[in-house]
Design a protein around this ligand. Structure first.
Ligand code: PMP
Length: 479
Protein backbone atom coordinates (compact mmCIF):
# COMPACT_ATOMS: atom_id res chain seq x y z
CA UNK A 1 0.00 0.00 0.00
CA UNK A 2 0.88 3.62 -0.42
CA UNK A 3 2.29 4.40 2.99
CA UNK A 4 4.91 2.01 4.29
CA UNK A 5 5.41 3.17 7.89
CA UNK A 6 3.77 0.79 10.38
CA UNK A 7 0.69 2.35 11.95
CA UNK A 8 2.12 2.43 15.47
CA UNK A 9 5.15 4.36 14.12
CA UNK A 10 2.84 6.90 12.52
CA UNK A 11 1.01 7.27 15.83
CA UNK A 12 4.27 7.69 17.77
CA UNK A 13 5.62 10.35 15.42
CA UNK A 14 2.31 12.15 15.49
CA UNK A 15 2.24 12.18 19.28
CA UNK A 16 5.78 13.53 19.33
CA UNK A 17 5.46 16.30 16.79
CA UNK A 18 1.82 17.25 16.30
CA UNK A 19 0.04 19.48 18.80
CA UNK A 20 -2.25 17.51 21.11
CA UNK A 21 -5.07 19.97 20.41
CA UNK A 22 -5.26 18.47 16.90
CA UNK A 23 -7.50 15.53 17.60
CA UNK A 24 -8.06 12.30 15.79
CA UNK A 25 -11.28 10.59 14.93
CA UNK A 26 -11.55 7.40 17.02
CA UNK A 27 -8.70 8.47 19.23
CA UNK A 28 -8.34 5.12 21.00
CA UNK A 29 -7.92 3.32 17.71
CA UNK A 30 -7.40 5.87 14.96
CA UNK A 31 -7.79 5.11 11.30
CA UNK A 32 -4.90 5.42 8.91
CA UNK A 33 -6.46 6.31 5.60
CA UNK A 34 -4.20 5.98 2.60
CA UNK A 35 -6.46 6.51 -0.38
CA UNK A 36 -9.98 7.35 -1.42
CA UNK A 37 -12.23 6.62 -4.38
CA UNK A 38 -15.65 8.23 -4.78
CA UNK A 39 -17.61 7.55 -1.53
CA UNK A 40 -15.05 5.09 -0.18
CA UNK A 41 -11.85 5.41 1.80
CA UNK A 42 -9.24 2.69 2.28
CA UNK A 43 -6.95 2.08 5.23
CA UNK A 44 -3.37 0.82 5.10
CA UNK A 45 -4.53 -2.80 5.11
CA UNK A 46 -6.85 -2.27 2.16
CA UNK A 47 -10.00 -2.26 4.31
CA UNK A 48 -12.75 -0.20 2.67
CA UNK A 49 -14.94 2.28 4.57
CA UNK A 50 -18.15 3.90 3.38
CA UNK A 51 -17.67 7.62 3.96
CA UNK A 52 -20.88 9.22 5.20
CA UNK A 53 -19.20 12.29 6.68
CA UNK A 54 -16.93 13.91 4.18
CA UNK A 55 -18.70 16.86 2.64
CA UNK A 56 -15.32 18.13 1.45
CA UNK A 57 -14.90 15.25 -1.02
CA UNK A 58 -18.04 16.67 -2.61
CA UNK A 59 -17.82 15.06 -6.04
CA UNK A 60 -16.17 11.94 -4.63
CA UNK A 61 -12.70 11.29 -3.27
CA UNK A 62 -9.97 11.82 -5.87
CA UNK A 63 -12.37 12.42 -8.75
CA UNK A 64 -10.20 11.91 -11.86
CA UNK A 65 -11.40 15.09 -13.58
CA UNK A 66 -10.51 17.19 -10.54
CA UNK A 67 -7.17 15.46 -10.02
CA UNK A 68 -6.32 15.96 -13.67
CA UNK A 69 -7.22 19.66 -13.57
CA UNK A 70 -4.94 20.20 -10.56
CA UNK A 71 -2.10 18.19 -12.05
CA UNK A 72 -2.30 20.01 -15.40
CA UNK A 73 -2.38 23.47 -13.94
CA UNK A 74 0.36 22.68 -11.42
CA UNK A 75 2.61 21.63 -14.29
CA UNK A 76 1.94 24.88 -16.14
CA UNK A 77 2.04 27.64 -13.54
CA UNK A 78 0.91 28.41 -10.01
CA UNK A 79 1.28 32.04 -9.15
CA UNK A 80 -0.69 34.77 -7.41
CA UNK A 81 -3.71 36.68 -8.59
CA UNK A 82 -1.78 39.85 -9.46
CA UNK A 83 -1.38 38.33 -12.91
CA UNK A 84 -4.24 37.87 -15.30
CA UNK A 85 -5.46 34.29 -15.53
CA UNK A 86 -8.48 32.81 -17.28
CA UNK A 87 -9.21 30.15 -14.64
CA UNK A 88 -9.78 32.91 -12.05
CA UNK A 89 -12.20 34.99 -14.07
CA UNK A 90 -14.02 31.96 -15.45
CA UNK A 91 -14.49 30.62 -11.92
CA UNK A 92 -15.80 33.98 -10.72
CA UNK A 93 -18.25 34.18 -13.61
CA UNK A 94 -19.46 30.61 -13.09
CA UNK A 95 -20.01 31.10 -9.37
CA UNK A 96 -21.86 34.37 -9.90
CA UNK A 97 -24.16 32.67 -12.42
CA UNK A 98 -25.30 30.32 -9.65
CA UNK A 99 -26.14 33.19 -7.30
CA UNK A 100 -29.01 35.67 -7.28
CA UNK A 101 -28.43 39.34 -8.03
CA UNK A 102 -26.83 41.53 -6.80
CA UNK A 103 -24.22 39.00 -5.58
CA UNK A 104 -21.60 39.44 -8.27
CA UNK A 105 -18.18 40.32 -6.84
CA UNK A 106 -15.79 37.55 -5.73
CA UNK A 107 -12.76 37.36 -3.49
CA UNK A 108 -10.83 34.09 -3.48
CA UNK A 109 -9.25 32.79 -0.28
CA UNK A 110 -7.94 29.47 1.06
CA UNK A 111 -10.34 28.26 3.73
CA UNK A 112 -13.79 28.73 5.20
CA UNK A 113 -12.28 30.58 8.16
CA UNK A 114 -10.53 33.05 5.88
CA UNK A 115 -13.74 33.54 3.91
CA UNK A 116 -15.75 34.34 7.04
CA UNK A 117 -13.00 36.58 8.38
CA UNK A 118 -13.04 38.60 5.17
CA UNK A 119 -16.85 38.67 5.21
CA UNK A 120 -16.78 40.22 8.66
CA UNK A 121 -14.15 42.71 7.58
CA UNK A 122 -16.29 43.74 4.59
CA UNK A 123 -19.31 44.11 6.86
CA UNK A 124 -17.40 46.31 9.32
CA UNK A 125 -16.06 48.57 6.59
CA UNK A 126 -19.38 48.83 4.81
CA UNK A 127 -21.63 49.43 7.81
CA UNK A 128 -19.10 51.09 10.13
CA UNK A 129 -20.89 49.23 12.92
CA UNK A 130 -19.39 46.73 15.32
CA UNK A 131 -22.15 44.56 16.80
CA UNK A 132 -22.37 41.07 15.33
CA UNK A 133 -25.22 38.63 15.86
CA UNK A 134 -24.48 34.94 15.68
CA UNK A 135 -26.44 31.80 16.54
CA UNK A 136 -25.88 29.65 19.56
CA UNK A 137 -23.68 26.59 18.91
CA UNK A 138 -22.55 28.06 15.59
CA UNK A 139 -19.06 27.46 14.25
CA UNK A 140 -17.56 29.79 11.67
CA UNK A 141 -13.85 28.99 11.74
CA UNK A 142 -10.63 28.63 13.65
CA UNK A 143 -9.18 32.14 13.25
CA UNK A 144 -9.23 34.34 16.35
CA UNK A 145 -11.82 36.58 14.68
CA UNK A 146 -14.03 33.57 13.98
CA UNK A 147 -13.75 31.99 17.42
CA UNK A 148 -15.18 35.32 18.66
CA UNK A 149 -18.41 34.60 16.75
CA UNK A 150 -18.48 30.82 17.28
CA UNK A 151 -20.44 29.80 20.38
CA UNK A 152 -19.46 26.21 19.45
CA UNK A 153 -16.09 27.17 20.95
CA UNK A 154 -17.12 30.05 23.23
CA UNK A 155 -19.53 27.81 25.13
CA UNK A 156 -16.77 25.41 26.19
CA UNK A 157 -15.73 25.35 29.82
CA UNK A 158 -12.17 26.32 28.83
CA UNK A 159 -13.31 28.42 25.88
CA UNK A 160 -12.40 32.08 25.34
CA UNK A 161 -14.61 34.85 26.63
CA UNK A 162 -17.30 36.18 24.33
CA UNK A 163 -16.50 39.76 23.24
CA UNK A 164 -19.13 42.32 24.29
CA UNK A 165 -19.90 43.19 20.64
CA UNK A 166 -20.98 39.62 19.90
CA UNK A 167 -24.64 38.79 20.56
CA UNK A 168 -25.87 35.22 20.57
CA UNK A 169 -29.39 34.41 19.36
CA UNK A 170 -30.99 31.03 20.04
CA UNK A 171 -30.54 28.46 17.31
CA UNK A 172 -33.87 27.89 15.50
CA UNK A 173 -34.08 24.27 16.61
CA UNK A 174 -37.74 23.32 16.82
CA UNK A 175 -36.96 19.95 18.37
CA UNK A 176 -34.82 20.86 21.40
CA UNK A 177 -34.34 24.63 21.15
CA UNK A 178 -35.96 27.54 23.00
CA UNK A 179 -39.24 27.21 21.10
CA UNK A 180 -40.29 23.73 20.14
CA UNK A 181 -42.89 21.93 18.12
CA UNK A 182 -45.62 21.28 19.24
CA UNK A 183 -45.17 22.75 22.75
CA UNK A 184 -44.80 26.39 21.70
CA UNK A 185 -46.61 26.20 18.39
CA UNK A 186 -47.77 23.72 15.81
CA UNK A 187 -47.17 26.22 13.03
CA UNK A 188 -43.75 26.19 11.44
CA UNK A 189 -44.15 29.81 10.34
CA UNK A 190 -45.02 30.91 13.83
CA UNK A 191 -41.99 29.13 15.27
CA UNK A 192 -39.90 30.83 12.58
CA UNK A 193 -41.19 34.21 13.68
CA UNK A 194 -40.61 33.44 17.36
CA UNK A 195 -36.99 32.65 16.65
CA UNK A 196 -36.60 35.60 14.29
CA UNK A 197 -37.99 37.94 16.96
CA UNK A 198 -35.09 36.90 19.20
CA UNK A 199 -32.73 38.30 16.56
CA UNK A 200 -35.04 41.33 16.23
CA UNK A 201 -34.62 42.06 19.95
CA UNK A 202 -30.83 41.92 19.66
CA UNK A 203 -30.93 44.21 16.62
CA UNK A 204 -33.03 46.75 18.49
CA UNK A 205 -30.71 46.71 21.49
CA UNK A 206 -27.64 47.20 19.30
CA UNK A 207 -29.32 49.99 17.37
CA UNK A 208 -30.42 51.77 20.56
CA UNK A 209 -27.05 51.37 22.24
CA UNK A 210 -24.51 51.65 19.43
CA UNK A 211 -26.43 53.09 16.47
CA UNK A 212 -26.72 49.89 14.44
CA UNK A 213 -25.73 46.33 13.69
CA UNK A 214 -22.65 45.28 11.72
CA UNK A 215 -23.69 41.79 10.65
CA UNK A 216 -25.80 38.74 11.21
CA UNK A 217 -23.76 35.63 10.42
CA UNK A 218 -25.28 32.16 10.20
CA UNK A 219 -25.05 28.93 8.33
CA UNK A 220 -28.11 28.67 6.12
CA UNK A 221 -28.75 25.28 7.75
CA UNK A 222 -26.79 24.91 10.95
CA UNK A 223 -24.46 21.98 10.58
CA UNK A 224 -22.11 22.33 13.55
CA UNK A 225 -24.98 22.98 15.95
CA UNK A 226 -26.57 19.61 15.15
CA UNK A 227 -27.99 19.54 11.61
CA UNK A 228 -30.67 22.16 12.24
CA UNK A 229 -33.24 23.00 9.59
CA UNK A 230 -34.70 26.44 10.42
CA UNK A 231 -38.47 26.78 10.21
CA UNK A 232 -39.89 28.35 7.07
CA UNK A 233 -39.80 32.12 7.06
CA UNK A 234 -37.07 32.35 9.68
CA UNK A 235 -34.26 33.91 7.65
CA UNK A 236 -36.63 36.19 5.76
CA UNK A 237 -37.77 37.87 8.94
CA UNK A 238 -34.25 37.86 10.43
CA UNK A 239 -32.83 39.59 7.35
CA UNK A 240 -35.56 42.24 7.63
CA UNK A 241 -34.63 42.97 11.24
CA UNK A 242 -30.90 43.07 10.50
CA UNK A 243 -31.32 45.41 7.53
CA UNK A 244 -33.63 47.69 9.51
CA UNK A 245 -30.73 48.00 11.98
CA UNK A 246 -28.35 48.86 9.06
CA UNK A 247 -26.55 45.52 9.28
CA UNK A 248 -25.58 43.11 6.54
CA UNK A 249 -26.51 39.43 6.32
CA UNK A 250 -23.75 36.86 5.89
CA UNK A 251 -24.69 33.35 4.76
CA UNK A 252 -22.03 30.79 5.68
CA UNK A 253 -22.38 28.13 2.99
CA UNK A 254 -19.05 26.49 3.81
CA UNK A 255 -20.69 23.18 4.70
CA UNK A 256 -24.08 23.30 3.08
CA UNK A 257 -23.41 24.94 -0.29
CA UNK A 258 -22.71 23.61 -3.79
CA UNK A 259 -25.97 21.72 -4.22
CA UNK A 260 -25.86 19.54 -1.12
CA UNK A 261 -29.47 20.39 -0.25
CA UNK A 262 -30.56 18.94 -3.59
CA UNK A 263 -33.26 21.47 -4.41
CA UNK A 264 -30.92 24.45 -4.78
CA UNK A 265 -27.27 25.23 -5.31
CA UNK A 266 -27.16 27.31 -2.11
CA UNK A 267 -28.92 26.44 1.11
CA UNK A 268 -30.05 30.03 1.76
CA UNK A 269 -32.30 29.66 -1.30
CA UNK A 270 -34.42 27.17 0.66
CA UNK A 271 -35.40 30.11 2.87
CA UNK A 272 -36.12 32.39 -0.11
CA UNK A 273 -33.66 35.12 0.90
CA UNK A 274 -30.72 36.91 -0.72
CA UNK A 275 -27.78 37.53 1.62
CA UNK A 276 -25.42 40.49 1.25
CA UNK A 277 -22.35 38.30 1.58
CA UNK A 278 -21.99 34.56 0.91
CA UNK A 279 -19.01 32.51 2.05
CA UNK A 280 -18.09 29.15 0.57
CA UNK A 281 -15.28 26.64 1.07
CA UNK A 282 -14.89 22.95 1.87
CA UNK A 283 -16.59 21.26 -1.15
CA UNK A 284 -15.33 23.95 -3.50
CA UNK A 285 -11.95 22.27 -4.02
CA UNK A 286 -12.96 18.66 -3.32
CA UNK A 287 -10.06 18.41 -0.84
CA UNK A 288 -7.86 21.17 -2.23
CA UNK A 289 -7.86 24.36 -0.11
CA UNK A 290 -9.89 26.95 -1.97
CA UNK A 291 -12.69 29.17 -0.68
CA UNK A 292 -14.49 32.35 -1.65
CA UNK A 293 -16.50 35.35 -0.56
CA UNK A 294 -19.13 36.68 -2.93
CA UNK A 295 -20.77 40.01 -2.26
CA UNK A 296 -22.57 42.94 -3.82
CA UNK A 297 -20.87 45.67 -5.91
CA UNK A 298 -21.87 48.19 -3.24
CA UNK A 299 -20.11 46.35 -0.40
CA UNK A 300 -17.08 45.60 -2.59
CA UNK A 301 -16.89 49.32 -3.44
CA UNK A 302 -16.82 50.32 0.23
CA UNK A 303 -13.86 47.94 0.64
CA UNK A 304 -12.03 49.31 -2.42
CA UNK A 305 -12.72 52.87 -1.34
CA UNK A 306 -10.57 52.38 1.75
CA UNK A 307 -7.62 52.44 -0.63
CA UNK A 308 -6.10 49.43 1.14
CA UNK A 309 -5.10 46.66 -1.25
CA UNK A 310 -6.45 43.18 -0.57
CA UNK A 311 -3.72 40.70 -1.32
CA UNK A 312 -3.83 37.01 -0.51
CA UNK A 313 -0.78 35.03 -1.68
CA UNK A 314 -2.60 31.82 -2.54
CA UNK A 315 -6.16 33.09 -2.81
CA UNK A 316 -7.27 32.67 -6.42
CA UNK A 317 -4.06 30.99 -7.62
CA UNK A 318 -4.52 29.26 -10.99
CA UNK A 319 -4.24 25.73 -9.55
CA UNK A 320 -6.98 26.33 -6.97
CA UNK A 321 -9.19 27.98 -9.56
CA UNK A 322 -8.66 25.17 -12.10
CA UNK A 323 -9.61 22.66 -9.41
CA UNK A 324 -12.72 24.62 -8.38
CA UNK A 325 -13.76 24.90 -12.04
CA UNK A 326 -13.34 21.14 -12.38
CA UNK A 327 -15.55 20.60 -9.32
CA UNK A 328 -18.25 22.75 -10.93
CA UNK A 329 -17.88 20.72 -14.15
CA UNK A 330 -18.51 17.47 -12.27
CA UNK A 331 -21.49 18.87 -10.33
CA UNK A 332 -23.06 19.82 -13.67
CA UNK A 333 -22.02 16.85 -15.79
CA UNK A 334 -22.90 14.19 -13.24
CA UNK A 335 -26.07 16.06 -12.20
CA UNK A 336 -25.06 15.75 -8.58
CA UNK A 337 -27.68 18.15 -7.27
CA UNK A 338 -30.44 15.95 -8.67
CA UNK A 339 -28.74 12.96 -7.16
CA UNK A 340 -28.52 14.71 -3.77
CA UNK A 341 -32.28 15.30 -3.92
CA UNK A 342 -33.10 11.74 -4.97
CA UNK A 343 -30.69 9.86 -2.72
CA UNK A 344 -31.23 12.36 0.10
CA UNK A 345 -35.00 11.85 0.02
CA UNK A 346 -34.52 8.11 0.10
CA UNK A 347 -32.09 8.37 3.02
CA UNK A 348 -34.39 10.70 4.90
CA UNK A 349 -37.46 8.51 4.48
CA UNK A 350 -35.55 5.39 5.51
CA UNK A 351 -34.28 7.24 8.60
CA UNK A 352 -37.85 8.36 9.34
CA UNK A 353 -38.80 4.72 9.41
CA UNK A 354 -36.20 4.12 12.14
CA UNK A 355 -38.22 6.45 14.35
CA UNK A 356 -41.03 3.90 14.36
CA UNK A 357 -38.66 1.04 15.06
CA UNK A 358 -36.36 2.36 17.78
CA UNK A 359 -37.23 4.36 20.88
CA UNK A 360 -33.82 6.12 20.82
CA UNK A 361 -34.62 7.94 17.60
CA UNK A 362 -36.25 11.20 18.64
CA UNK A 363 -36.05 13.35 15.53
CA UNK A 364 -35.05 12.92 11.92
CA UNK A 365 -34.42 15.98 9.77
CA UNK A 366 -32.59 16.98 6.67
CA UNK A 367 -32.49 18.31 3.17
CA UNK A 368 -30.79 16.50 0.34
CA UNK A 369 -27.60 14.85 1.49
CA UNK A 370 -27.58 16.78 4.75
CA UNK A 371 -29.32 14.61 7.32
CA UNK A 372 -29.43 14.47 11.13
CA UNK A 373 -30.83 11.76 13.40
CA UNK A 374 -31.25 13.03 16.94
CA UNK A 375 -31.06 10.37 19.65
CA UNK A 376 -32.89 10.75 22.96
CA UNK A 377 -33.26 8.50 25.97
CA UNK A 378 -36.79 9.77 26.56
CA UNK A 379 -39.05 11.06 23.83
CA UNK A 380 -41.20 13.07 26.25
CA UNK A 381 -38.37 14.99 27.87
CA UNK A 382 -36.18 14.75 24.76
CA UNK A 383 -33.20 13.93 26.97
CA UNK A 384 -30.09 13.63 24.77
CA UNK A 385 -28.73 10.11 24.33
CA UNK A 386 -25.11 11.21 24.24
CA UNK A 387 -23.46 7.97 25.36
CA UNK A 388 -25.60 5.92 22.99
CA UNK A 389 -24.69 8.21 20.09
CA UNK A 390 -21.02 7.73 20.87
CA UNK A 391 -21.46 3.99 21.03
CA UNK A 392 -23.30 3.93 17.70
CA UNK A 393 -20.60 5.92 15.90
CA UNK A 394 -18.01 3.41 17.13
CA UNK A 395 -20.17 0.39 16.25
CA UNK A 396 -20.74 1.74 12.75
CA UNK A 397 -17.00 2.06 12.34
CA UNK A 398 -16.73 -1.66 13.22
CA UNK A 399 -19.14 -2.17 10.34
CA UNK A 400 -16.84 -0.10 8.09
CA UNK A 401 -19.23 2.83 7.88
CA UNK A 402 -18.01 6.24 8.97
CA UNK A 403 -20.55 8.59 10.53
CA UNK A 404 -20.13 11.38 13.10
CA UNK A 405 -22.19 13.10 15.75
CA UNK A 406 -22.73 16.72 16.64
CA UNK A 407 -24.96 19.20 18.45
CA UNK A 408 -24.45 20.78 21.86
CA UNK A 409 -25.00 17.39 23.49
CA UNK A 410 -23.21 15.37 20.81
CA UNK A 411 -26.33 13.26 20.35
CA UNK A 412 -27.15 13.99 16.71
CA UNK A 413 -25.90 11.47 14.17
CA UNK A 414 -24.70 13.39 11.16
CA UNK A 415 -24.78 12.25 7.55
CA UNK A 416 -23.18 14.48 4.90
CA UNK A 417 -21.56 12.09 2.45
CA UNK A 418 -19.85 12.83 -0.85
CA UNK A 419 -22.57 13.67 -3.38
CA UNK A 420 -21.85 10.51 -5.38
CA UNK A 421 -23.56 8.52 -2.59
CA UNK A 422 -26.04 6.01 -4.04
CA UNK A 423 -29.40 4.66 -2.84
CA UNK A 424 -27.59 1.36 -2.22
CA UNK A 425 -25.12 3.20 0.04
CA UNK A 426 -28.05 4.84 1.84
CA UNK A 427 -29.68 1.41 2.29
CA UNK A 428 -26.49 -0.08 3.64
CA UNK A 429 -26.10 2.85 6.05
CA UNK A 430 -29.67 2.61 7.34
CA UNK A 431 -29.81 -1.21 7.44
CA UNK A 432 -26.65 -1.25 9.53
CA UNK A 433 -27.85 1.57 11.74
CA UNK A 434 -31.13 -0.30 12.22
CA UNK A 435 -29.23 -3.37 13.40
CA UNK A 436 -26.93 -1.36 15.70
CA UNK A 437 -29.91 0.53 17.17
CA UNK A 438 -31.59 -2.85 17.67
CA UNK A 439 -28.70 -3.89 19.87
CA UNK A 440 -29.57 -0.96 22.15
CA UNK A 441 -33.34 -1.58 22.21
CA UNK A 442 -35.02 -2.89 25.35
CA UNK A 443 -35.38 -1.49 28.82
CA UNK A 444 -31.95 -2.08 30.19
CA UNK A 445 -29.53 -1.10 27.52
CA UNK A 446 -25.88 -1.61 28.21
CA UNK A 447 -25.00 2.04 28.33
CA UNK A 448 -23.26 2.08 31.74
CA UNK A 449 -20.96 -0.66 30.52
CA UNK A 450 -20.39 1.10 27.24
CA UNK A 451 -19.40 4.33 28.91
CA UNK A 452 -17.18 2.85 31.60
CA UNK A 453 -14.21 3.62 29.48
CA UNK A 454 -14.65 7.34 29.08
CA UNK A 455 -12.44 8.26 26.20
CA UNK A 456 -12.79 11.37 24.18
CA UNK A 457 -13.72 10.58 20.63
CA UNK A 458 -13.76 13.67 18.46
CA UNK A 459 -17.14 14.05 16.86
CA UNK A 460 -16.28 16.32 14.02
CA UNK A 461 -13.38 18.13 12.49
CA UNK A 462 -13.92 20.96 14.90
CA UNK A 463 -15.05 19.20 18.04
CA UNK A 464 -13.64 20.06 21.41
CA UNK A 465 -12.36 17.58 23.89
CA UNK A 466 -13.23 19.64 26.95
CA UNK A 467 -16.85 20.02 26.02
CA UNK A 468 -17.12 16.38 25.13
CA UNK A 469 -15.35 15.19 28.22
CA UNK A 470 -17.76 17.25 30.19
CA UNK A 471 -20.76 15.90 28.37
CA UNK A 472 -19.56 12.35 28.58
CA UNK A 473 -18.90 12.60 32.29
CA UNK A 474 -22.32 14.04 32.87
CA UNK A 475 -23.89 11.28 30.88
CA UNK A 476 -21.92 8.61 32.75
CA UNK A 477 -23.13 10.05 36.02
CA UNK A 478 -26.67 10.21 34.75
CA UNK A 479 -26.75 6.63 33.62
N1 PMP B 1 -17.88 27.60 8.56
C1 PMP B 1 -18.43 26.42 8.81
C2 PMP B 1 -19.91 26.29 8.86
C3 PMP B 1 -17.64 25.29 9.02
O1 PMP B 1 -18.20 24.11 9.27
C4 PMP B 1 -16.24 25.43 8.95
C5 PMP B 1 -15.32 24.24 9.16
N2 PMP B 1 -15.82 23.17 9.83
C6 PMP B 1 -15.70 26.68 8.71
C7 PMP B 1 -16.56 27.75 8.50
C8 PMP B 1 -14.23 26.89 8.66
O2 PMP B 1 -13.69 26.36 7.52
P1 PMP B 1 -12.15 25.94 7.46
O3 PMP B 1 -11.95 24.81 8.40
O4 PMP B 1 -11.96 25.60 6.00
O5 PMP B 1 -11.36 27.14 7.84
Amino acid sequence: YLQSMPKNETIKLREKHIGAACQLFFRSSPLKIVRGVAQFMYDETGERYLDCINNVAHVGHCHPHVVEAGRNQMSLISTNNRYLHDELVILAERLVKTLPEPLSVCFFVNSGSEANDLALRLARIHTKNKDVITLDHAYHGHLTSMIDVSPYKLNLPGGPEKPEWVHVAPVPDVYRGKYTYPKDSTSEEELGLMYADEVGKLCKEAKDKNGGVCAFIAESLQSCGGQIIPPDGYLKKVFEYVREADGVCIADEVQVGFGRVGSHMWAFETQDVVPDIVTMGKPMGNGHPVAAVVTTPEIAKSFADTGVEYFNTYGGNPVSCAIANAVLDVIEEERLMERAARVGNHLLSRCEDLKHRHRLVGDVRGRGLFVGVELVTDRETRTPATAEAKHIVNRMRDEKILISRDGPDSNVLKFKPPMVFTTQDADRLVDTLDRVLGELDGDSIAVPKLTLEVRVTPISDDSSSDKLRNTMQQSVKAT
